[in-house]
Design a protein around this ligand. Structure first.
Ligand code: IMP
Ligand code: MG
Length: 178
């Protein structure tokens, strides 16, 4: 199935992503203004490009940490069961936390991750996702900040993969099988 040939049609340009991140960073900095330190938690692996660009626009004292959860394997369909593959290195109790995700699709991943992180009693926890596919939602979850709302298309690039491929594409594109 992952050997099926496909092409990638550009959906969101690198320029549009950069401009949107500037705006998001300003909103986040305003919301967390006065924090002693913001722990920015990236969900591996899809958020690695987004978090790199986002923290460089964030005018706040930040710490960067990563959490790896499994949900998709190599396919295109969510398993709906989220397992922790790699936990945070640092403590978040009493700290301000921003969870950074690439895409909110069914909502299971961020809903379960935020529930799990909340048990560690962060002071304030907010979520951001670069992309949102609201039409695919299965659980009632909404990220606090969203970069772009997109239709039900399978996308790649800017850190996001299809079977581990295309993460290095500088823009967001949709997969079209040929
Ligand atoms: P959810 O648990 O269904 O919300 O899924 C979220 C995860 O599914 C994201 O972190 C992505 O890794 C993955 N995902 C959802 N849609 C896409 C897509 O279009 N391309 C690649 N990965 C996706
Ligand atoms: Mg992911």
């Amino acid at each position: 199935m992952t050997d099926r040939p496909y092409v990638i049609d550009q959906m969101i340009s690198a320029k549009a992503i950069a401009a949107r991140i500037e705006g998001l960073a300003a909103e986040i900095a305003a919301w967390f203004a006065g924090t002693d330190k913001l722990v920015v938690v990236g969900l591996l692996r899809g958020s690695f490009v987004f978090i790199a660009d986002l923290v460089r626009e964030l005018d706040l004292p930040v710490e960067v940490d990563f959490l790896e959860v499994s949900s998709y394997g190599d396919g295109m369909v969510s398993s709906r069961e989220v397992r922790i593959l790699k936990d945070l290195r640092g403590q978040i109790e009493g700290r301000d936390v921003l969870v950074v995700e690439d895409i909110v699709d069914t909502g299971h991943t961020l809903a379960q991750v935020t529930k799990f992180l909340a048990t560690r009693k962060p002071a304030r926890m907010r979520t951001i996702a670069l992309l949102d596919k609201p039409s695919r939602r299965e659980v009632d979850f909404r990220a606090d900040w969203i970069g772009f709302s997109i239709p039900d298309e399978f996308v790649v690039g800017y850190g996001i993969d299809y079977a581990q491929r295309n993460r290095n594409l500088p823009h967001i594109g949709k997969v079209r099988f040929v």
